[in-house]
Ligand binder design. Structure first.
Ligand code: KG4
Ligand code: ZN
Length: 406
């Protein structure tokens, strides 16, 4: 499979081979390349969709060549493309003139590679970003005459958590005990999803406002930390966590923790951080002797303590809702997936609670190389769908920014 991911701010392509034997699927990664746009979006404090789209369009052809070369599937040879295929390519890439030109240069210079299937993220994500990848995949499917599989990005996050990495290029998914409950936490999503039968999903709970990753990013911004905020908050919160004499400097709410549903809400927590910072300013300038603009800026210590309390509040809520969902569903395997599953504190808290309360349940967290967006996870999901014959005709494939798993 050649798998393509462009849902957000990473352009990623991977070439992965999958083979199933009984309950075990073995994956070999032959090529894997990713260009992160993080540095470009940083000045905006988040992802800027039209910039993401432009960068994906610029990166797709060089990345495809790079992974084909890595997989030893790149063979230079002049190709004649039929009039019919040229028309199809022109139609698929009509909104991407620069990409169309690069694309035609590539496919007229290299042989059709020995791959069986093209897999692409169709949603959820930023529509302009998704469309670039989908149109590119569609054009490739036409000129190379390969079947096409459309994949849900969140399913990629979920399945990659189930994969054990045996070495740098080998992954295995085996003997998964159903039902699987997945807490999917990323920049755009926060949801609890149940897989009672393989590849069939039921929504158990979701955020009513912000996603967890979004809250990490916004709080980081309030603290003057760079985008993406998750790793930054985690780094300074960890410093407090291992301090001997911790002070109780700030207290934040645990939104909806006592509520009977498995739903979440993080926008209030984000606002609480904003007020915590504001209150401090008011306190310091309160008697009028100190004007607001002379209030000393938030100290490094205050930043660390806010990050620490914020991370505690988030993990308390995530844990409590997930435990509620386990009780409701009798799940046997718990998955943490999506970019925020890279958070060490959240991982530790879940591992501890599960070993105490449900020692027979297994906890699956993606290998750190697979936790944030990548194309290997898209290949994994594509493999199981191809196995089921879940193909999409190139003329029918479409991006869906709001695609849901259940
Ligand atoms: O899954 P992902 O790469 O992209 C989306 O599908 O959204 O997730 C990105 C999100 C960002 O919000 C980022 O701040 C967060 O994952 N993130 C983390 C950590 N690493 C990435 N959040 C908390 N702790 C981390 N270590
Ligand atoms: Zn993601």
């Amino acid at each position: 499979m050649l798998a393509i991911e462009t849902s957000c701010d990473e352009t990623a392509i991977a070439i992965v081979n999958g083979t199933s034997l009984g309950n075990t699927t073995h994956f070999t990664v032959h090529g894997n390349a990713l260009i992160s746009q993080i540095d470009l979006h940083r000045p905006y404090g988040g992802v800027f969709p039209t910039l993401a789209k432009r960068e994906h369009a610029k990166n797709l052809v060089p990345l495809t060549r790079a992974v084909l070369e890595e997989a030893e599937l790149l063979h230079e040879d002049t190709q004649n493309i039929s009039e019919k295929d040229l028309n199809e390519v022109a139609r698929a890439l009509e909104r991407e003139p620069d990409l169309a030109e690069q694309f035609l240069n590539m496919v007229t210079e290299i042989e059709i590679p020995e791959i069986d299937t093209i897999v692409v993220t169709a949603g959820p994500g930023l529509p302009p970003a998704l469309w670039v990848g989908v149109s590119f995949a569609r054009a490739l499917a036409y000129v190379w005459h390969k079947p096409l599989v459309a994949v849900n990005h969140m399913e990629g996050h979920l399945l990659s958590a189930l994969a054990k990495r045996t070495n740098d290029t080998e992954l295995e998914i085996e003997n998964i005990t159903l039902p699987v409950l997945a807490l999917l936490i990323s920049g755009g999503h926060t949801e609890l999803v149940l897989m009672r039968n393989w590849l069939s999903y039921e929504l158990i709970g979701q955020t009513r406002d912000d996603a967890v990753g979004e809250a990490f990013d916004k709080v980081a911004r309030m603290l003057g930390l760079p985008y993406p905020g998750g790793p930054e908050i985690s780094k300074i919160a960890e410093e407090v966590r291992f301090e001997k004499n911790k002070e109780m400097l700030f207290e934040l709410p645990r939104p909806m923790i006592a509520d009977d549903t498995c739903d979440f809400s993080f926008s209030g927590l984000k606002t609480a951080v904003l007020y915590t910072i504001k209150d401090r300013t008011e306190k310091l300038s309160g008697d009028g002797s100190m004007k607001e603009f002379t209030v000393p800026p938030i100290t490094e210590k205050e930043k660390r303590y806010i990050a620490y309390e914020f991370e505690n509040a988030v993990s308390d809520v995530l844990l409590s809702k997930t435990m509620r969902a386990i009780e409701k569903t009798n799940a046997r395997t718990l998955v943490l997936g999506g970019g925020v599953s890279a958070n060490v504190h959240i991982g530790r808290v879940f591992a501890k609670e599960l070993s105490q309360k449900y020692p027979n349940m297994s906890l699956c967290i993606p290998h750190q190389s697979l936790s944030t967006d990548n194309a290997i996870m898209i290949a994994l999901a594509g493999f199981y769908h191809a196995q089921k014959g879940d193909f999409t005709a190139p003329q029918d494939i479409a991006a869906d920014g709001n695609a849901s798993l259940a």
